[in-house]
Design a protein around this ligand. Structure first.
Ligand code: NAP
Length: 199
């Protein structure tokens, strides 16, 4: 199968592309930077076809994905800085990426009749449940801008497409990009005591 993967300069997209290529699929990666900007680890993604694409640019999204003509899109790109998303001057941009960008991709998938996987988050819920969420549970209750915009991205997918997967994940970490484990390792080098969370 031929895949188009967004966010290959980030944590998950990097690993998704490598996994697809390892399994013998064809993959075209994309991210907002001019050239591949992830870790230079010599892995398959660093040598794979790459297209610079700002997913908020509707015309560019339409043009690029139509030219690639994939069987499936795996949409890993997003605004992922959860705390910074709360800043009043950032909200419009967060929404433009997580909702508008997703809608742009959805629209091309619809036109091309191509499958789409949207990566979402546990933040679409309020975290107060007492048992595991059922896959089709719709008791959404995002508590922050990031969760709200990721939910609106989910709805853009589910209200437009028939062939899609929505995969909710949490606590992503890998070799590429920033993550909690790397932050803790760095903070551990400079502090005797680290209070991670106090809520
Ligand atoms: N990280 C987590 O713990 C976590 C938890 C739950 C769900 N998720 C979801 O999992 C997915 C992957 O997360 P991740 O941790 O791999 O994220 P990440 O490392 O932040 O990667 C996201 C990538 O998207 C790019 N991007 C941002 N705006 C863009 C735009 N307008 N056009 C094109 N690309 C753009 C980013 O580029 P810049 O860095 O240059 O902005 C970055 O390379 C996301 O959908 C996220 O919401 C993540």
């Amino acid at each position: 199968m031929k895949f188009f993967v967004t966010g290959v300069g980030g944590q998950l997209g990097h690993d998704v592309m490598n996994e697809l290529l390892k399994r013998g699929h064809e993959g075209v990666g994309s991210d907002i930077q001019e050239t591949y900007s992830g870790v230079a680890d010599g892995s398959a993604v660093t040598k794979a076809p790459y297209v610079a694409l700002d997913i908020t640019d509707k015309d560019a999204v339409e043009k690029v994905i139509t030219e690639v003509n994939p069987d499936a899109v795996i949409h890993c790109a997003a605004w992922t800085a959860v705390d910074m998303a709360e800043d009043d001057d950032k909200v419009a941009k967060v929404r433009a990426i997580n909702v508008g960008g997703t809608q742009n991709i959805v629209d091309v998938c619809k036109k091309l009749d191509c499958k789409m996987t949207y990566i979402s988050t546990d933040y679409v819920f309020d975290g107060q449940g007492t048992e595991p969420w059922q896959p089709d549970c719709k008791d959404y209750k995002p508590l922050n801008v990031y969760g709200q915009t990721k939910l609106e991205g989910e709805l853009a997918v589910s209200q437009t497409l028939e062939k899609y997967f929505i995969v909710r994940i949490a606590w992503v970490f890998g070799l590429n990009g920033k993550n909690f484990i790397k932050t803790m390792l760095n903070v551990g080098k400079t502090h005797d005591t680290v209070r991670v969370v106090n809520d």
